[in-house]
Design a protein around this ligand. Structure first.
Ligand code: RIB
Length: 301
């Protein structure tokens, strides 16, 4: 199986659990404080690895303790970090996260070194694109880097999966020929203008994205499940009912598992089913990386 190449962020997550998420101007007394390795890129790399893929990561961290610990965490997962750059004079990425009793979260990110992951760094590592089975990218690194990643993946005819999180406008040239885009409901709304609340509105948004030249659209819909839409039609995978502890990183678990299953040659419908199941498991455990399940745990379909 060819590797999954993840290009993206590495953060240190500082998590406080609270009864209710604070509103603007409000101070709330919380409960526990915990620190985890995180970042959408790192979380997705770990998820793909725990789903059985050979994973290579291109990322940037600062020359500080957070960066060193983040890289060590990736190494311990068995991820190839040969192209994770340490950049001087900038702090590693940090995320401040509140998680409520209902499992909802509110996240603020200081990108730090993630903002230094440049298009040139990707071009310098072009060989990684040539050998990858799937390239998986999110939006916590500069947009020009994402544009370069799409171009390099196209040049090497590698499947490019874009998880457009956090939500942002995307240059049109990224869409053409994209293998798959995986927005959640609010991201799909920002990209299409369609308010996604159910299967019908998800389908409407997905078809607008297909019209931009994307081959496959997956809209993740939290506790409802996820919709896959392509030239063969619409396929909806329902999520089972579970007790939600913490939704942080559920989308990352979905994307990492989905990319790993695509790289392994599974059909997109099978990849969708496995990714929805993995994300459902992840919300039952606190923390992003600690909650990511292992495919070989025998609990996934
Ligand atoms: O998707 C969850 C992630 O978003 C967290 O790990 C945090 O670092 C932010 O990037």
């Amino acid at each position: 199986m060819k590797p999954v190449l993840v290009i993206g962020s590495s953060n240190t997550d500082m998590v406080i659990t609270v009864g209710d998420l604070p509103r603007s101007g409000e101070t709330v007394l919380g409960n526990e404080f915990k620190i985890f390795a995180g970042g959408k890129g790192a979380n997705q790399a770990v998820a793909a690895r725990r789903a059985g893929a050979d994973v290579h990561m291109i990322a940037a961290v600062g020359n500080d303790d957070f960066g060193k610990k983040a890289v060590t965490a990736l190494i311990e997962e068995g991820i190839d970090v040969g192209n994770v750059q340490t950049v001087d004079a900038v702090a590693s990425g940090v995320a401040m996260i509140f998680v409520s009793d209902a499992g909802e979260n509110c996240i603020g990110v200081a990108p730090g070194a993630n903002s230094k992951l440049s298009a040139d760094m990707l071009r310098h590592n072009e060989a990684e694109f040539a050998s990858a089975g799937v390239v998986l990218v999110q939006l916590e690194t500069p947009m020009e880097t994402i544009v370069a990643a799409a171009a390099l993946a196209a040049a090497h005819d590698v499947k490019f999966i874009l998880n457009p999180a956090p939500a942002a406008e995307i240059p049109e040239k990224v869409y053409a020929g994209l293998f798959c885009i995986t927005p959640n409901q609010s991201e799909a709304e920002l990209l299409t203008g369609v308010t996604v609340v159910d299967k019908a509105s998800a389908s409407q948004a997905a078809h607008l994205l297909l019209q931009r030249g994307i081959n496959n659209v997956v809209i993740t819909m939290g506790s409802q499940g996820a919709l896959l839409c392509n030239a063969d039609g619409d396929f909806f995978e329902e999520a089972g009912t579970v007790a939600v502890v913490d939704t942080t990183g559920a989308g990352d678990t979905f994307n990492g598992f989905f990319a790993a299953m695509v790289a392994s040659g599974k059909s997109l419908q099978d990849a969708l089913a496995i990714a929805v199941s993995a994300a459902s498991q992840s919300v039952q455990v606190a923390g992003a990386i600690p909650s990511i399940p292992y495919l070989n745990a025998g609990e996934l379909p």
